[in-house]
Design a protein around this ligand. Sequence first.
Ligand SMILES: O=C(O)CCC(=O)C(=O)O
Length: 273
Amino acid sequence: MDSNLTDTFTQKGFVIVPALFSAEILEDARADLSHLVDSLARRLLSEGKIEDAFEDAPFDKRLNLLFRDIPEQSPRNFRKELHLEGLFPLFFHPRLLDLAEQIIGPEIRLYPNYTARPKLPGNARTLVLWHQDGGYTGAEADSLRMVNVWAPLVPATIENGCMQFIPGSHNFGIAQHHSREHYLEIDEAVLNPLLDRAVDIEVEPGDVVLFHNLLFHQGLPNRSDTVRWSLDWRYQDATQDTQRTHKGHIARSRTKPEREVTSREEWAALNFQ
Ligand SMILES: O=C(O)CCC(=O)C(=O)O
């Protein structure tokens, strides 16, 4: 079964693993992110930027309501804030690490690029353009042994801005990227001839998408009236350097298991590094 998954990953550059996270794991993650949003609401109130903290609004609506009059100040993502107990069971999920181990080997680092993305309706600040993750890393990115993970916390649909992938594009090497206002974008001469191959990655909370560091991907615009919340993170072969100033955290080590992050409490006491 898992060798089918890893074969698909190798051939297409991505694979969807259905129903990997339990409802309880997802609920804990959403609860911790709701606390983050609550702190943000209190700050906006105390700074006089909003008059209503929308305390009773649901998870998939509140952030949008908070920033409806100040969309240019909305958060694009959360990173350093993610050392939260409720996120440990996702980032360090044993079955996910088993799959990562089949792809990148037994020494696994949680790469220092873990993100929660609230994609707000009609807000260009959270609209991620066609890119390869390796495009952000630079010329040496194709030497990194990595597997990228994307997990929705609400249903991800074409309407609310699910991801799109170009299957097989992980084999094309690193493409030229251009800086746009918020994100990088693959050069149109490379991208345009491939766009009719793009596939929509509509997935449910609990499903996990694994994809290659060089896969061409983007997020569609959010045309709904709710927030498309998702998490994305990456595992890297920990015997390699991160090619970043930050060094990440050890998720699995067969040679030095004492280096692994092993509990919610330990994760929450660590910092983004
Ligand atoms: O969530 C999105 O819309 C884009 C995420 C992304 O580009 C990534 O995980 O690398």
